[in-house]
Design a protein around this ligand. Structure first.
Ligand SMILES: Nc1[nH]c(=O)nc2c1ncn2[C@H]1C[C@H](O)[C@@H](COP(=O)(O)OP(=O)(O)OP(=O)(O)O)O1
Length: 173
């Protein structure tokens, strides 16, 4: 039956996020402007109209770090869902890793890149949720995580699931 309860109508915004690995550790970028300014994170952004999730992830990495990863070297590991008590917007962030890449690392207008040893990842200077799920990704496991946020900072609820490679979550399934 049609419902007049509009509280459950959500608008979904899809993002990508990639963690590039090498012998040096993991590549993070210091966000210089916009959403998440002043925080370290992987590279990524909104998926644009007309592009696939994979294309969006590759484009954002190129724009923000100048690195190129071929599509066959992009490893999809799962997604994180952010719901908010005070907004109908739900963010889906598709997470990738890659350890084969080409081109030289360059600072962009948006991100200042830096390699971190795994033991020296600055979780306290990242989004508050990263410490719950990024270690799983860096152990080469699949990830499904969901967070209920209040405002930009407060975490009301969390659910973090490590997944096997044969059980990587796909949004919408
Ligand atoms: N709570 C959170 N924890 C986390 O680890 N990553 C988050 C996060 N919330 C957002 N992200 C990621 C997703 C995405 O990679 C990035 C935000 O992307 P941006 O807003 O910078 O997108 P765009 O580069 O498309 O921005 P504009 O071009 O300025 O619209 O931060």
């Amino acid at each position: 039956m049609p419902s007049s309860d509009n509280n459950n109508i959500k608008s979904i915004v899809e993002f990508t996020l990639i963690f590039v690995r090498s012998d040096e550790g993991v590549l993070l970028g210091f966000k210089k402007r916009g959403f998440g300014v002043g925080k370290w994170n992987g590279f990524g952004g909104k998926i644009e109209k007309g592009e696939t999730i994979l294309q969006g992830a590759m484009r954002e990495l190129k724009e923000e770090s100048n690195l190129t990863v071929s599509s066959s070297n992009m490893i999809y590991v799962g997604y994180v869902r952010y719901d908010r008590v005070d907004s109908p917007q739900v963010d889906i962030v598709y997470i990738f890793t890659a350890s084969e890449f080409s081109d030289s690392l360059e600072e962009s207008e948006e991100m200042a890149p830096k390699w971190f040893k795994i033991s020296e990842i600055p979780y306290e200077e990242m989004w508050g949720d990263s410490k719950y799920w990024l270690p799983i990704v860096l152990r080469k496991k699949g990830i499904f995580a969901e967070f209920l946020l209040s405002g930009e900072r407060n975490m009301v609820k969390k659910n973090v699931e490590e997944r096997d490679e044969n059980n990587i979550p796909v949004y919408g399934e």
